[in-house]
Design a protein around this ligand. Structure first.
Ligand code: F6R
Length: 608
């Protein structure tokens, strides 16, 4: 989703602004722009497409100035053209915006009737026109920005420059995050601390309703009523993580191979390896007493939650209500305060998930956040935080965050089982021993399966549609496989519970349709094999992902079988994720898509 950066400095800013934007590229975008003030006037360069285009333009037409704002745009209102790219200029005011101004149409009508001439199709432009109108009415800069904030409705992170004030950036937040960076005689603004990591690790996060005036040496923050407020200054960990691809072609590939180490980091926070017990981490959530668990999340994080549901129900005998966040928040679910709620989000900023968290809090539920970013809004607003320790995930398609979310959910399910007396100490130790094996098994699998996956992916890249099937925890994993394939290679794919095959999707099966079946040799194996027979009988091309026991037990010819080591069912979803992710990755490479930033996708979805 859109990225914002700003610098109030004493050295030229345009190059540094673009460098900071590069650190936000992972969020996904389709145009970009930068504006500075120089010689008492606003100047800007904007481009369609990637930042290389903006860099090329800046090389031909450099921008001077020691104050500036910049933006990567993920189009919501208006096509991703140069004309619609931010910053927007109106009457000496420049604005960049992340979010959606929901009442923009009504404001646009009002402003147009009053003589404003709009140059773009965006919702954002109303912000600049509103501020300009208030200023023409005699208000000062701060007053005008405050008045504008009282008129706009919706989600926004904003940065504004005023031609007649080359020493401050004004900013405001309601929804998408904003971090203010404190430098030496320089101040910075960014959509996250990662963007600012080369400049500073001293960060102040704005909270919803805040707006601020950033000067070279100080920031003044106000709440929506205009009252001066202070927000804590903290040291961000973002700089601790280098963001480069190493020897890998893409971040997605690197992040797939990062998983043994990432999972090991995750587990070391949730498991005591000395006595093979789960560490007591539940904090404010008393699993022993809660009557049910409500889980909401989006996309891949939701699919992690679906797998978690199987674990909480099986190991903790805890009923789980789960839904995608965009539905959960509007379903009017009768929630009991005896329930607890979990929110899973890599970014910790996803708008729908955040709205569910607030909804559950209003209903008196204790809340827990399974997040990768401890400084995120979802983490800050939850009663308990369960970090996943995956490190920055830059590829838009989630890989290591997914398996680290699963590792945390598995540990929490075992902890809940212990608290509720549903698992004995002995059972807990066995489960923990198996969890502890995960990094080693992952490394072994990653070392061995690549050549086969590459051969298969070459074939998959020629297909128009792919079906994924699984039972038990392999069902959500089938959906995750389909999601990963479609988002990275743009090939239509769908994941189904294998038992649902006969209820519709079997109509699609023919000799052109690859059917990827995820089937560890677990208690569902024989039933899944029956479903494969049904596919085989119709000439379907089966790619089976199973383990050694499954391969030995199978009496059916499949087109291809990917064989993994035998593992305990509690780690099977993470181990089986590896071939699923690699198939999507290599297929996308063969198709030739922009693997790390697939079209139309954003990493941090801060609008509904
Ligand atoms: C898919 C993917 C998305 C995210 C979803 C939620 O690969 O990454 O489906 O899982 O947008 O994002 P977070 O986890 O940041 O809330």
């Amino acid at each position: 989703m859109c990225g914002i950066v700003g610098i109030v400095g004493h050295q030229p800013v345009s190059e540094r602004l673009v460098d900071a934007l590069k650190r936000l590229e992972y969020r996904g975008y389709d145009s970009a722009g930068v504006a500075t003030i120089d010689g008492g006037a606003l100047h800007r360069r904007r481009c369609e497409g990637k930042l290389v285009n903006l860099e090329a333009k800046l090389k031909e037409q450099p921008l001077a100035g020691t104050i500036g704002i910049a933006h990567t745009r993920w189009a919501t209102h208006g096509a991703p053209t140069e004309r619609n790219a931010h910053p927007h200029f109106t009457d000496g005011i420049a604005v960049v915006h992340n979010g959606i101004i929901e009442n923009f149409a009504e404001l646009k009508d009002e402003l147009t009737a009053a003589g404003a001439e709009f140059q773009t199709d965006t919702d954002t432009e109303v912000i600049a026109h509103l501020v300009a109108r208030f200023r023409r009415g005699g208000m000062g800069r701060r007053e005008a920005v405050h008045a504008m904030l009282k008129r706009v409705r919706g989600a926004y992170a904003l940065a504004l420059l005023f031609e007649d004030d080359p020493s401050t950036i004004m900013t405001a937040r309601n929804g998408p995050p904003l971090a203010i960076g404190h430098g030496v005689d320089e101040m910075f603004l960014g959509s996250d601390a990662i963007a600012l990591a080369p400049f500073t690790n001293e960060i102040t996060y704005l909270i919803d309703g805040d707006w601020a005036v950033i000067g070279k040496t100080a920031v003044h923050i106000f709440d929506i009523d205009g009252k001066s407020v202070t927000r804590p200054r903290q040291v961000s960990m973002a700089a601790a993580h280098p963001i480069d691809k190493g020897n890998y072609r893409h971040f997605m590939e690197k992040e797939i191979y990062d998983q043994p180490e990432a999972i090991s980091d995750t587990l070391s926070h949730y498991i005591n390896f000395l006595d093979n017990r789960v560490v007591e981490v539940s904090g404010d959530i008393a699993f022993a007493n809660v009557q049910s668990l409500a889980i909401s999340a989006c996309g891949t994080a939701y699919l992690a939650g679906l797998i978690g549901k199987y674990w909480f129900e099986r190991y903790a005998r805890l009923p789980v209500e789960i839904d995608v966040a965009s539905e959960f928040r509007y379903r009017e679910i009768p929630l009991s305060p005896q329930a607890a709620a979990l929110f899973i989000s890599q970014s910790g900023e996803t708008a729908d998930t955040l709205a569910c968290l607030r909804y559950c809090k209003e209903h008196g539920l204790k809340t827990g956040a399974v997040v990768n970013t401890r400084e995120s809004t979802i983490a800050r607003e939850s009663d308990a935080v369960f970090p996943i320790f995956a490190g920055p995930e830059i590829g838009v398609a989630s890989t290591k965050a997914f398996t680290c979310q699963l590792a945390v959910l598995a540990a929490l399910a075992v902890a809940a089982g212990r608290a509720r007396g549903a698992v004995t100490e002995k059972e807990e130790q066995i489960l923990v021993e198996r969890l502890a094996e995960m990094p080693r098994v992952m490394a072994q699998v990653l070392d061995s399966i690549q050549p086969k996956i590459e051969r298969l992916s070459r074939e998959l890249a020629k297909c128009r549609a792919v079906l994924y099937l699984g039972r038990g925890t392999s069902f959500p994993l089938a959906m995750e496989g389909a999601l990963k394939l479609k988002e990275t290679s743009y090939i239509h794919a769908q994941g189904y519970a294998a038992g649902e095959l006969k209820h519709g999707p079997i109509a699609l099966v023919d000799e052109n349709m690859p059917v990827i079946v995820i089937a560890p040799h677990d208690r569902f194996f024989d039933k899944t094999v029956s479903n494969m027979q049904e596919v085989a009988a119709r000439g379907g091309r089966i790619i089976l992902i199973t383990d050694e026991k499954g391969a030995a037990a199978l009496k059916l010819d499949t087109m291809h079988t990917i064989v993994l080591p035998n593992v305990h069912e509690i780690i099977a979803p993470m181990i089986f994720s590896l071939p699923v992710q690699l198939l999507a990755y290599h297929t996308a490479v063969f198709v030739g898509t922009d693997v790390d930033q697939p079209r139309n996708l954003a990493k941090s979805v801060t609008v509904e």
